[in-house]
Design a protein around this ligand. Structure first.
Ligand code: SF4
Ligand code: SF4
Length: 96
């Protein structure tokens, strides 16, 4: 079991979740500190489809990331809405 980052993260990607993860298992296609340096209002236009992902092999399901996400993009695997269930695989695939 792991937490999963789903669709609402795309283009918001404020990186708050990565800052609180105790096992550093939240990553993106470019370093998280680089993403954080881009002004929030420009993030969606500069990095379209950008989102972060949780490594399911490392996540310890502590839940720390979920309440800090401003757009409610983080779910426990079993709580993913039907329409976003595929994000479990999307997150896992990013780390293969
Ligand atoms: S649930 Fe905990 S370990 Fe898993 S990604 Fe969130 S903060 Fe990291
Ligand atoms: S999951 Fe939420 S807190 Fe984490 S980067 Fe995406 S929008 Fe930000």
């Amino acid at each position: 079991m792991a937490y999963v980052i789903a669709e609402p993260c795309i283009a918001t990607c404020d990186t708050a979740c990565a800052s609180v993860c105790p096992v550093d298992c939240i990553r993106g296609p470019i370093p998280v500190d680089e993403i954080a340096r881009i002004p929030a209002a420009l993030r969606g236009s500069q990095l379209p489809r950008l989102q972060l992902y949780i490594d399911p092999e490392i996540c310890i399901c502590c839940g720390a990331c979920q309440p800090v996400c401003p757009v409610d993009a983080i779910f426990e695997e079993q709580d993913l809405p039907e329409s976003q269930r595929h994000y479990r695989e999307v997150n896992a695939r990013f780390f293969r």
